[in-house]
Design a protein around this ligand. Structure first.
Ligand SMILES: [Zn+2]
Length: 368
């Protein structure tokens, strides 16, 4: 069994979550991660594809076991809001916040685990494979950092992201494709009391569009949502503009194409029926993936989990990760679970024991 210094790993995690890193504001966190690796004698390369000097941080751990194929291990550095001035609290073996912010275990528990795994391997001179450690920016905005990363820098052709909320031991071998939808209806503003005849309500158009949509769970592998609606200027004004933001996901690329076509039809029909102008942006953010049990990366992940004394469990996820984007680039990646809970809420938390297991799994993936 791999011996992890959980106190050191926990301290790293608590330090990292106290460095603010909302998406696009990730320079301080990557500078900290780079300095931690440099302490281990491992130089870190910043590709500067982010904003304000931030970027994807790439660290190569040279291998001592040429019998093992190189592996990519990846965590993301950005967090969602409210994610500033995070104050972590450790109570009863669980790390939480003071209730004002998210915790950022998504994904700093994995950043800490990868750091701890590298320290364990380097300081104990454990035989290990060659590893590309990658810390991506902008994962929470359509995997922007992973999309911008030049994968030809990697020695690895397969890899693992550590960015799933199930308990450690779960391995996501399939994840859905994702489309984002932004619809802007442009009507005509007018005074609602004095001259309503002169107005064309963009909110009525947006509402009509939503009314024509099938949303929520479409089938066992397909979902759709309108998550944001914006529009209007005042209670007494016919709203001149209104916007809808939504998404559609499916594990089946064909089903997703048909669903997106139906959503487009709903929006365009509503605009036509209400005589509003329409600016519509529908964009595929990433494609689906599904790996069979026979795939090498699945076998590698299963073996790594087993070496930690955990029962591996293969699963299909409803959410995406940087793995979707790396797979589009021709790598073979999947996502492993770290036990972070209630992510993207102020109740986000992670058990110290799950952080320990995540450190073990990361180390086990490196040592092979
Ligand atoms: Zn994440």
């Amino acid at each position: 069994m791999i011996d992890i210094d959980i106190d050191r790993a926990l301290k790293t995690f608590l330090d990292l979550v106290q460095i603010d890193s909302p998406t696009y504001e990730e320079r301080p966190i990557i500078e900290r991660i780079a300095s931690e690796f440099e302490t281990l004698g491992l130089p870190a390369f910043n590709d500067c594809t982010g904003r304000d000097g931030a970027g994807n941080l790439h660290v190569r751990l040279p291998g001592t076991r040429p019998d093992l194929a190189p592996l990519l291990l990846c965590a993301h550095t950005d967090t969602v809001e409210p994610g500033r001035q995070i104050r972590p609290v450790v109570r009863d073996g669980v790390v939480r916040t003071d209730g004002r912010t998210i915790l950022g275990a998504d994904n700093k528990a994995s950043v800490a685990a990868l750091l701890e795994a590298a320290r364990t391997v380097v300081r104990h001179n454990l035989p290990h494979r060659e590893v590309d450690l990658l810390f991506t920016w902008g994962e929470e905005r359509g995997h922007a950092g992973a999309a911008a990363f030049d994968a030809s820098r990697l020695r690895a052709t397969m890899g693992v992201t550590l960015d799933d909320t199930e308990d450690p031991g779960h391995i996501t071998v399939a994840a859905p494709a994702y489309f984002s939808i932004l619809a802007r209806f442009i009507g005509k503003a007018a005074h609602a009391g004095a001259a309503p005849e002169q107005g064309i309500s963009a909110i009525v158009a947006a509402a009509a569009a939503v009314g024509r949509m099938r949303l929520g769970r479409i089938d066992h592998e397909t979902t759709a949502n309108i998550g944001l609606i914006r529009g209007g200027t005042a209670r007494n004004a016919i709203p001149g503009t209104a916007e809808l933001e939504g998404e559609a996901r499916s594990l089946d690329n064909g089903k997703l194409e048909r669903l997106v076509a139906a959503l487009r039809e709903a929006i365009e029909t509503a605009a036509r029926d209400t005589a509003t102008q329409l600016e519509l942006t529908i964009k595929q953010e990433y494609a689906a993936y599904r790996w069979p049990e026979s795939e090498t990366i699945v076998a590698e992940a299963v073996a790594a989990v087993r070496r930690c004394g955990l029962p591996p469990s293969l699963r299909v996820s409803g959410g995406g990760s940087d793995s979707n984007t790396f797979n589009e680039k021709g790598l073979r990646c999947l996502n492993v679970a770290i036990g972070m809970k209630e992510i993207h809420t102020v109740n986000e938390h992670i058990a110290v024991d799950d952080l320990r297991k995540t450190c073990q799994i990361a180390t086990s993936l490196i040592t092979g």
